[in-house]
Write a protein that binds this ligand. Structure first.
Ligand SMILES: [Zn+2]
Length: 158
């Protein structure tokens, strides 16, 4: 973990040396703060609700009443990061997203992946009225992943 701080600092110093400048502070970029385990749950909840609202609007799904909850890995199907259930008549849907504490990666990266799950599940909802079969399910999964990836790449460009 320590090397993460050192590399940008060294680059920064050599840049200054190239410019012949030594004055002025040059700080290594701050590594994202890792909140305590206790803080993570509420932070993740807030984050996924905010991101759900953003993507629901972008995907024009405002007429749906959509909820999102974090779920432990043990309550999800094996090797899945989340799921969605909907009632097309009532226009209600509920998304389950893998809990941040079950991610084997740093918290900020886990949050990004949780957002990916939300976008992924919303695209399934977008396609809810299309005919589905066991055969099309796998193809849909591929397409949904590609679309979600492209949307998030655009969103995170800057
Ligand atoms: Zn899916």
């Amino acid at each position: 973990m320590g090397s993460r701080l050192f590399r940008p600092l060294r680059l920064c110093l050599s840049f200054l040396i190239l410019l012949g400048m030594f004055a002025g502070g040059c700080l290594a970029p701050e590594t994202p703060r890792q909140p305590s385990l206790r803080e993570r749950g509420p932070l993740a909840d807030k984050y996924i609700r905010e991101r759900l609202a953003v993507w629901q609007r972008r995907l024009n799904l405002q007429d749906w009443n959509i909820s999102v909850v974090t779920t432990r890995a043990s309550e999800l199907r094996r090797r899945t990061m989340g799921n969605i259930r909907w009632d097309a008549d009532k226009k209600t849907a509920s998304i389950r997203v893998l809990d941040a504490s079950d991610y084997p990666m740093p918290f900020p990266v886990a949050l990004q992946d949780m957002e990916f799950t939300i976008v992924h599940e919303l695209i399934h909802l977008e396609l809810a009225s299309m005919p589905r079969s066991e055969a099309s399910r796998r193809e849909e999964e591929f397409a949904v992943n590609h679309i979600a990836g492209a949307l998030l790449q655009l969103d995170r460009k800057d």
